[in-house]
Design a protein around this ligand. Sequence first.
Ligand SMILES: *[C@@H]1O[C@H](CO)[C@@H](O)[C@H](O)[C@H]1NC(C)=O
Length: 441
Amino acid sequence: MRHAITTSTVIAATISSAVAQACAAGAAKEIGGNWYCDAVKAITYSDFGSTGSYNKITNMDGGNCQSESFDYSGALAPMDGEVSWHFRGPLNLKQFAFYAPGSGLSKQDIQPESHERRQHGHAHFHKRNKEVGSIQEGYITEEKREVGALVIATIDGKVASWINQYDGEAQPTPAPDSSAAQPATEVDAKAATPTMNAGDGQWGRQAYYNAEQQMADGLTFLNNMGGQGSGIFDEVLGMSLSYAAADAKSGAASPQILANQMLGDGDEIVVMTDTPCKDGDCGVTRPGGVAYHGFNGAKKVFLLEFDMPISGATGWNKDMPAAWILNAQIPNTVQYGKPECSCWESGCGEWDIFEVLDSGNNRCKSTIHGNISGGDSNYFDRPVDSTVKVAVIFDGDNSAGHIVILPDEASFDQTLTDAQVAEYVNQDSSGVARSLFRLGS
Ligand SMILES: *[C@@H]1O[C@H](CO)[C@@H](O)[C@H](O)[C@H]1NC(C)=O
């Protein structure tokens, strides 16, 4: 997500009819240059993984960044590596959980009495769990904004983006991403989807945040406020990652538990594991910056509870809440800044989960940006009045990625079974509107 979204009416008019055909039912709606079909409760991306390469950063000294081509392949590649989570307000993050295969790694949660919580919560935050699954050769994720002006539009059910060349004189000449997926969007409440197995049938909760209980276990809250207590600021690369203050409005000197309050309009938070990068085990990271390992593996499950109230604010990134995932290499190098200083531009991976694309919109879209990019024309209703529980499932057995709105009673227990994960993926018995999007080429 780095969206300087500037779509001229010329472009919008061009794609209008194509999108109307791609919508399964009802008229396509155009809002701010983006197209919306139907509200759904689940989006499944098939052919999620691909084979390719991206530019892995090898040196950042002095802000002169170098990279080399890094080859990837696999059922979920390149998102099978470490990923980071990103949230932008207005948003209340109530719960966040990360599950990996194997109950043995599941952690005991300590819930101190409320009077102790404030006092000891911090130590708890530090001491808990060291190993978060297996850390493999690091990948990294990032994103940026306002590189020229990025234009994003959904054409025929696929998202295309290009750098806007339009200077106000010539006609804009969109060059849709030639690698983008073929349209294969359909709303289907019946299709059964295969699901993955953890191996021993159990998924252990490796990280958990509960806002009301002020419990943070196995994760770290960061933001791009380097120089404010932690991390670094310089004129070339800007602000590095930092520990986030509890209100996420500034940096902090040490890890803090995100407060149980709304992330402010436009404020952002990054969620990583609680394992710091060291001795180059995350690859090259921003010198002087705070750097943590992301959530690793081709099989991983995230459960989230959040809402996105309407703030009514206007302006850049205002009233545009979002929840998205990046290759963790991106924030660990440069999320917002010189494109050559992160792997984002070369397609190391971004998955937008719930993203409001223009101020005040009550529809959230999902998109994948990488070498292979695409996004569903259907959308999720923005959870403005009450929280929504969502599962994000990386299914390395079936090269699929799922975003599923869960029933309100879904719990964030210490373990999940394969059957529960399968149930999350296949909510068809309750008549949930599901959209399938074929991502691969
Ligand atoms: C992009 O994807 C295509 C199709 O899978 C592949 O042939 C190509 O090598 C990839 N390019 C990069 C730079 O990853």
